[in-house]
Design a protein around this ligand. Structure first.
Ligand SMILES: *Cc1c(COP(=O)(O)O)cnc(C)c1O
Length: 424
């Protein structure tokens, strides 16, 4: 980890050109890398030597951007993936196999819920979903003999539940398993879950990190803090020989880099969800201004939330930075400088009024996306979460009338004026 402050890390971390080299991180637009000795190439394939040989496994542009995100989160090792979905899939699959079980906070992004509730179930991995506001005892009761990980989102999309990170980390550690946190909405500018006990952090870089809605991407950061060898029987993939690499043992050979090396060497090798170097280049440009954009998103969102709160047609507003919000205290504890630019609200006219109001918006667009520079809205019950039944919606913290408003970084007066005319 560098000793730079966050603003400096956003700009400087991950890439340091040598004498006469490009000042800006270059796009290594190459699938492959040349070697003069066949023996050296063999050593690379055996993980005996580190180096680039094929972009599906590693690429210098991607590695530099992963290193920047790693530094921002205060981690030990990191990798990029093609999407946030791939990041959350790999983060779990790297340490589970058929017959295993995970514990998840139930307030999750719809895609992650489908992944954990349905897709990995078909692969033999069961998930138990717990209310993020549950007691310590209720959380403990969700663990089984075969539990291998705990998962939650710092600020749930779109429920805006702020996770009690320490409560979940303590429970995970008491049961000898790592705690994985999706930190997409808070970003490391507002919250660094590793400082609160999280072991692994994932991101959909598609959101604030890119920040311009230019490319889909993901990242996984490992703190290097979880002691896999202390719970070796639970994590044989990390602590026993990998026959596909002549019997290397990841924890013995790679120490704090074990988890990310295994995810790269096995999952990326076999499943191939790489981020295109061109996208990593664009992501890096986004990261350079993350520390400027995130506070403005938060400031605008709070102003819009206050406006909505005082509007006669608005039934309720949710914004964890708003005094009186159910998650205000947790937000103050874990992210005192701001939460995110996304807020939610419902209208007194319910679901129909929500759809009508959204259709009247002029500047603020209806899009599936969230968390970029442009203000946008979405009605999760009819869009991202439409596969869920009413009960699943409520468990995920998504009321049927909920409008998700991703407040952008335009002038806040223009944002509020658009909302005002749509509510007339
Ligand atoms: C969008 C999102 C994802 C999925 O990321 P993609 O990049 O769209 O695959 C995962 N988690 C959260 C919290 C998200 O907002």
């Amino acid at each position: 980890m560098s000793s730079y402050k966050m603003e400096t890390k956003c700009i400087q971390s991950g890439y340091e050109p040598g004498n006469g080299e490009p000042r800006v991180l270059p796009i290594y637009q190459s699938t492959t890398f040349r070697y003069t000795s066949s023996e050296q190439m063999g050593r690379l394939f055996d993980l005996e030597e580190s180096g680039y040989f094929y972009t599906r496994l590693q690429n210098p542009t991607n590695d530099a951007v992963a290193a920047k995100i790693c530094d921002l989160e205060g981690g030990a090792a990191a990798m990029l993936t093609s999407s946030g979905q791939a990041a959350n899939f790999y983060a779990i699959m790297n340490i589970v196999q058929a017959g295993d079980h995970i514990v998840c906070a139930s307030a999750l992004y719809g895609g992650t819920y489908n992944l954990y509730a349905h897709t990995i179930k078909r692969m033999g991995v069961e998930a138990t979903f717990v209310d993020p506001d549950c007691t310590k005892e209720e959380l403990d009761a969700a663990f089984q003999e075969n539990t291998k990980a705990v998962f939650g989102e710092t600020i749930a999309n779109p429920a805006l539940v702020v996770l009690d990170i320490e409560k979940f980390a303590d429970a995970a550690h008491a049961h000898g398993v790592p705690f994985i946190v999706d930190n997409t909405f808070a970003t490391p500018i507002n919250c660094r879950p590793i400082e609160w006990g999280a072991d692994i952090v994932t991101h959909s870089t598609t959101k604030y990190m890119d920040g311009h809605a230019a490319c889909v991407g993901g990242a996984i950061v490992d703190s290097g803090n979880f002691d896999w060898d202390a719970h070796a029987e639970k994590f044989p993939g990390l602590t026993t020989p990998d026959e596909t690499y002549h019997g290397i043992v990841y924890t013995k050979k790679f120490g704090k880099g074990a988890y990310i090396t295994k995810a790269t060497a096995q999952l990326m090798r076999d499943l191939g969800s790489i981020q295109a170097p061109q996208n990593a280049f664009l992501l890096n440009i986004g990261l350079e201004t993350l520390h400027l954009r995130v506070p403005r998103h938060c400031e605008n969102a709070l102003a819009v939330a206050k406006y909505l709160q005082s509007h006669e047609k608005v039934a309720w507003v949710s914004c964890p930075s708003l005094p009186g919000d159910k998650y205000y205290d947790l937000a103050q504890k874990y992210m005192p400088n701001g939460t995110c630019g996304v807020i939610t609200f419902g209208l007194k006219g319910g679901r129909e009024a929500a759809v009508e109001m959204m259709d009247k918006l002029k500047m603020v667009a209806i899009v599936t996306h969230v968390a970029d520079a442009r203000s946008c809205v979405l009605h999760p019950a009819s869009h991202t979460h439409r596969q869920m039944n009413e009960q699943e919606l409520m468990e995920a913290g998504v009321q049927p009338d909920l409008i998700r408003f991703s407040v952008g970084i335009e002038n806040v007066d223009d944002i509020i004026a658009d909302v005002e005319q749509a509510l007339l």
